[in-house]
Write a protein that binds this ligand. Structure first.
Ligand code: AMP
Length: 134
């Protein structure tokens, strides 16, 4: 999926407007953290900015320094609130087609609560795909 303009009908925009519910974990002036509806690990929480940003690319280019600083802190504070600082966690954000980003509003996944395995499934490139150093 290619996202070029912010779609204010995306599911996270609806959560931010209170049109659909979420299970809140943490909130700041610029960010909201809530439970992922389809958890991929024992702990799976999403952190989103309240501003209308499509993805990491959009946010890093266009969000204010205050929003960016708040987002970084909110991710760490959410993990602390979840009590996973000691045991460890993985932070992951998908941008664009190759990453299979599904929801076109920036979100960072916090995954924890169990050994998380290799960084990518299988750890190898899919057959026929060559690594290109850029
Ligand atoms: P991504 O593939 O990085 O775009 O991830 C989208 C994530 O949003 C998935 O992990 C979904 O389970 C999650 N998700 C979709 N709808 C909701 C919802 N209403 N509440 C919480 N999480 C959601």
């Amino acid at each position: 999926m290619k996202f070029t303009e912010y779609d204010d009908q995306n599911v996270f925009a609806k959560i931010l407007r209170g049109e659909i519910p979420c299970t809140k974990v943490h909130e700041t002036e610029h960010c909201l953290s809530f439970q992922d509806i389809n958890p991929q690990a024992k702990v799976h929480v999403l952190v989103i900015p309240k501003g209308a940003y499509i993805s990491w690319a959009d946010f890093s280019a266009n969000a204010s320094p205050a929003e960016q600083a708040d987002y970084v802190a909110a991710i760490g504070d959410t993990a602390r609130a979840l009590g996973v600082d000691e045991t460890g966690y993985r932070v992951l954000a998908n941008h664009g087609h190759d990453s299979h980003q599904e929801v076109p509003h920036l979100h960072t996944h916090i995954l924890a609560g169990q050994p998380l395995g290799p960084m990518l499934e299988g750890g190898d490139l899919p057959p026929g795909v060559e690594y290109v150093r850029k």
